[in-house]
Design a binder for this molecule. Structure first.
Ligand SMILES: *Cc1c(COP(=O)(O)O)cnc(C)c1O
Ligand code: SF4
Length: 464
């Protein structure tokens, strides 16, 4: 045989040299979603068939809002100590409790204390920590930057429209606990109900500001908006010549994905607005909020596929939380799994300073470490930006861009030249994550005010 004859070379004869080591199971685990009728392990759902579990009305009606309902639902699955801990937690939490059956069914009840989904939705008294001394209820100053109640205009060309104050579930860590949910024993809320009359002033303001191009419709959660209201908001905004982009924000896909499969009126209203926008050359997308890979099951995959087929672009905004997703491997898995479903991981937020959830916050250093690990593990466009929403209204800042970071005392200083020029914005690591000497300093206002002044001084000195 003549080796110079090209037809004699069979490409399959040449063994391919694999330079990367073979992929271990960890590199493929993002593709393996929970299958089957997994909810049947919950005593109250053992006879619930697929059609019922996928029914969004059934999910809404069977959501857990009281401790008694929780006990009825899980029956003997959790220990009496856990139930007592939750009973005290429900009483003392600043946020109302509301958990969908879907979320209850994704909790690992063999270990509810450490389960990432339990941690986000069911408060336990034993986990409560004192709030940070520098915490205030509306730490992001959303109300200070609101020209009209329910509209925050902080950035030059985009604004945040709080269309309503209810959600399909209530998250313990909610930044808007000043408004969202019903009053609790700890907090009396600002009223932002779903009312076309209230929205009129907001529409008027937006139409009077030609620089506004981009509106985030949030709340609360647009999952709870009636189809007619989705159309009203969508059409009103799209018909304003200044508006070029809109995002509907909802936690729904993460906590009740079946609504996308079974609430056809709601789905059709969303698609109507998306398609209307597309014809006008305007972008209408969905922003959602997955925090842990266990929130994603075969039901989520089907729901995301329904949106994808209709050309609805979905982005994810995740909150970094201690005991939920604050280890690099969990975050990498979440990012890969979202990419698998065609959901673009957009942001990971450093947990805001929120009342009553100090146990969930991490240090800035944790965010920096995880970002380093995640970047490089998948497509750049599927790699989230890790941000700190700077307390005091500085807006979202890249975690790596702190002007100064006092790691010992947990104080970071940011500037935001295009948002509020000349101001300094401070983020504080949770005190219980600091060393004992630093913890003692945070007990004395004279000492900690001096530390803060010193951090700002250092930031000022480093600036060009
Ligand atoms: C987050 C946010 C926006 C949108 O910001 P992006 O970085 O574009 O996602 C707009 N207004 C307010 C007040 C916000 O908090
Ligand atoms: S869904 Fe969003 S607005 Fe509603 S409680 Fe959760 S974080 Fe807050």
């Amino acid at each position: 045989m003549l080796t110079s004859d090209p037809s004699s070379i069979n490409p399959t004869d040449d063994k391919i040299v694999h330079k990367r080591p073979p992929a271990g199971p960890a590199e493929l685990v993002h593709k393996h979603l929970r299958t089957g009728e997994f909810w049947r392990t919950i005593p109250a759902y053992k006879d619930v068939d697929e059609a019922t579990f996928l029914d969004h009305i059934w999910q809404g009606k069977n959501s857990i809002v009281t401790i008694d309902r929780l006990i009825e639902t899980i029956q003997g699955l959790a220990s009496p100590e856990f139930i007592e801990d939750a009973r005290q937690g429900f009483l003392r939490a600043p946020m109302s409790v509301r958990v969908s059956p879907y979320m209850i069914a994704t909790i690992d009840w063999n270990d509810p204390y450490n389960d990432p989904i339990r941690t986000q939705f069911l408060p336990l008294a034993s986990r409560l920590r004192p709030d940070h001394p520098m915490l205030s209820l509306d730490s992001l100053h959303e109300q200070d930057d609101a020209p009209v109640p329910g509209l925050t205009h902080r950035y030059p060309d985009k604004a945040l429209f709080l269309a309503l104050d209810v959600c399909p579930v209530y998250c313990r860590f909610c930044t808007r606990s000043y408004a969202v949910g019903t009053d609790t024993q700890e907090v009396e809320k600002v009223a932002l109900n779903a009312s076309p009359k209230r929205w009129e002033r907001i529409f008027q303001y937006i139409s009077e500001r030609p620089e506004l191009e981009d509106i985030v419709i949030s709340g609360g959660d647009m999952y709870q908006l009636a189809p007619a209201h989705i159309k009203t908001i969508g059409e009103r905004l799209l018909n304003m010549p200044n508006i070029r982009r809109m995002r509907f924000a909802t936690k729904g896909p993460a906590v009740m994905p079946m609504k996308i499969l079974t609430d056809n009126n709601w789905f059709d209203a969303l698609i109507h607005v998306v398609e209307m926008g597309r014809k006008m050359g305007k972008e209408v997308v969905l922003h959602t909020h997955f925090n842990h890979p266990n929130e994603i099951t075969w039901i989520t995959e089907r729901a995301m596929q329904r949106l994808f087929e209709k050309g609805v672009f979905v982005r994810n905004q995740c909150v970094l939380q201690r005991g939920v997703n604050d280890d690099p491997e969990t975050m990498r898995l979440l990012v890969k799994r979202l990419g698998h479903l065609n959901v673009h991981p957009y942001y990971v937020y450093l947990h805001d300073l929120v009342k009553g959830v100090e146990d969930l916050r991490t240090t800035l250093q944790t965010a920096i470490n995880i970002e380093k690990y995640v970047r490089g593990s998948t497509a750049g466009f599927n790699t989230p930006t890790f941000v700190c929403d700077a307390p005091g209204g500085g807006g979202k800042r890249d975690v790596h861009s702190a002007e100064y970071y006092d790691r010992e005392n947990g104080i970071s200083v940011y500037t935001a030249p295009s948002v509020k020029e000349g101001q300094y914005f401070l983020y504080f690591d949770p005190v219980d994550q600091l060393g004992p000497v630093a913890q003692a300093r945070w007990k004395d206002p004279v000492i900690y005010n001096a530390m803060i002044a010193d951090a700002i001084e250092k930031a000022r000195a480093y600036q060009p």
